[in-house]
Design a protein around this ligand. Structure first.
Ligand code: GDP
Length: 522
């Protein structure tokens, strides 16, 4: 969605550029982000305290004025990937980091194509020029193959040699970013109600849902009513990237916001409403949409799983344990998903239908109910109503705060899906000491040598080394009365429906079959 519309045109003012750093692994993205932050932020701030909220801004002297540049500082690149997947457009300028000693690499090319596809201008930072084997000109040469031609060679791409480690030339890089920003003519209307994108979110045990919002148009105020994703809220407090409580946040700046009812996802858009009823209607509609698409996802994943099931049926019984996973933060989720992948899944497969940070909601329970899943929470809580919904639908909801316990239980649940193994439990040995003909058959007069013999148990009759009969014990009597069991040292009478060829000296082995819970095959 376009964040700035026709209605804003009269009120537009310039806003700072929002910058993302991209490039191949180990080319120095993190070092560059840290280094810019340290040299430009920490020195100016009392105590140098900064707050990691997923974005930070720096002040740069440009054209005799102090101007700002905002950097997205998303940990790993997952959040950014998620934002791209949702089509959220949050970046105005991409800094492409290429190590001067390593040149263009696969992720360099990928970054170029992503930026081009999104129509985002690229500024190249040729990094590690302090290193011995650095060849900045070779990097320029290689980049021309991807239609990035340096200005000094007649092209229009700005390329700045830098050393992220030493801080060399970072000022030039920042100036160049502002130069490109000028050309891009980035603007927003500060007088309208705010809208933008969630760039990070997590559940804090004490503070509740916490989200970092990038303001892309308008101004956000404490007290504003907003909808982020499907989550409704009223801004209770805002903290900026320097750890300061603030009352307002203007275009291109990011703030951490408290007061949402639920944890939105990175890449969700947010919007401020004047009217709480309208906000509620929008959030309800979005919650419905989400619920529907989750259910659809569950149904289609079930369909897939049914196909794989029938395909695997010949190889053996492949069973599935469906899970819906909620955790306090993305990091916990990744740790749990990683550990789940390590569980032996030859016989039972773990299928995670949905995993997200946040509390366990009614929607999660609905999803679990629709797909026979267990809801697993880690360091999180149940939303009001979720417990009742779970009880109603008979959904198993479990909460953990120790990862090993969670994994143990999941493994236990997987084992619970295996068909139990039947094993033989020996009961005792009985010797035939007399044979009494009864009708057409015969009853054996016996003595229990060891253990015991039990009504309805299984038996084997051995004569010397031969097995002469195998079957069930049909009648067991003690002193002519039916007996439930007879212990070692006592006499008893035994009759079988389909065997009567007893001989004195036969040994009856009594046993029963018991089911034993199986463990997962590795
Ligand atoms: P990322 O994977 O792109 O985030 O790369 P990092 O920032 O983690 O850097 C990878 C490695 O390169 C680290 O060992 C850094 O210390 C090193 N490095 C980063 N920038 C420079 C630089 O300007 N000069 C030198 N010599 N090493 C650098």
């Amino acid at each position: 969605t376009e964040m700035v519309g026709a209605e804003d045109l009269e009120y537009l003012i310039r806003r700072p550029p929002v910058v993302t750093i991209m490039g191949h692994v180990d080319h120095g993205k993190t070092t560059l982000l840290d280094s810019i932050r340290k040299t430009k932020v920490a020195q100016g701030e009392a105590g140098g305290i900064t707050q990691h909220i997923g974005a930070y801004h720096v002040d740069v002297e440009h054209n005799g004025q102090e101007q700002q540049v905002v950097f997205l500082d998303t940990p790993g690149h997952e959040a950014f990937t998620a934002m791209r997947a949702r089509g959220a457009r949050v970046t105005d300028i991409a800094i492409l980091v290429v190590a001067a000693d390593d040149g263009v690499q696969p992720q360099t090319i990928e970054a170029i194509s992503h930026a081009k596809a999104a129509g985002v201008p690229i500024v190249v930072a040729i990094n590690k020029v302090d290193k011995e084997g650095a060849q900045p000109d070779r990097v320029k040469q290689e980049l021309t193959e991807y239609a990035l031609v340096p200005e000094e060679w007649g092209g229009d791409t700005i390329m700045v040699p830098v050393s992220a480690i030493n801080g060399d030339n970072l000022d030039t890089l920042l100036e160049m970013i502002l130069l490109v920003a000028e050309v891009e003519d980035l603007s927003a209307n500060p007088d309208r109600s705010a809208r933008g994108t969630v760039i990070e979110a997590h559940l804090d045990k004490a503070k509740g849902p916490v989200a970092t919002l990038l303001i892309q148009n308008g101004t956000l105020h404490v007290g504003d009513i907003l909808v982020a994703g499907s989550s409704l809220g009223k801004v209770r407090a805002m903290v900026d990237d320097r750890g300061k409580r603030v009352q307002v946040a203007s275009p291109s700046f990011a703030v951490e916001v408290l007061g949402l009812s639920d944890v939105p996802s990175a890449g969700d858009e947010f919007e401020v409403f004047q009217d709480e009823r309208e906000a509620r209607a929008v959030s309800d509609a979005r919650a419905d949409d989400q619920r529907q698409s989750r259910l659809l996802a569950a149904v289609s994943s079930r369909r897939v799983s049914l196909n794989t099931l029938s395909a695997k049926a010949q190889e053996g019984d492949l069973k599935e344990l469906n899970l819906v996973l909620k955790a306090d933060v993305q990091g916990s989720l990744e740790a749990i998903l990683g550990s789940l992948r390590q569980l032996p899944q030859k016989e039972v497969q773990v299928r995670v239908l949905f995993a997200a940070p946040g509390e366990i909601s009614e929607t999660d329970v609905d999803l679990a109910a629709a797909s026979d899943a267990v809801v697993i929470g880690f360091n999180t809580t149940l939303a009001p109503g979720a417990r009742q919904a779970a009880d109603r639908a008979g959904v198993d909801v479990r909460d953990y705060n120790i990862i090993y316990k969670l994994l143990d239980d999941v493994q236990g649940a997987m084992e619970g899906l295996l068909d139990p193994e039947m094993i033989e439990e020996p009961l005792g040995q009985v010797e035939v000491r007399a044979v009494f003909p009864v009708g057409r058959g015969a009853v054996a007069g016996c003595y229990v040598l060891s253990g015991k013999i039990v009504r309805n148990c299984k038996i084997r009759i051995r004569r010397g080394n031969n097995l002469v009969h195998e079957g069930n014990l049909d009648s067991l009597k003690r002193m002519k009365e039916d007996a439930r069991e007879v212990n070692a040292g006592y006499e008893c009478g035994i009759g079988l429906d389909n065997f009567s060829a007893w001989q004195i000296g036969d040994i009856i082995e009594a046993y029963r079959m018991i089911s034993k819970r199986r463990t997962l095959a590795k």
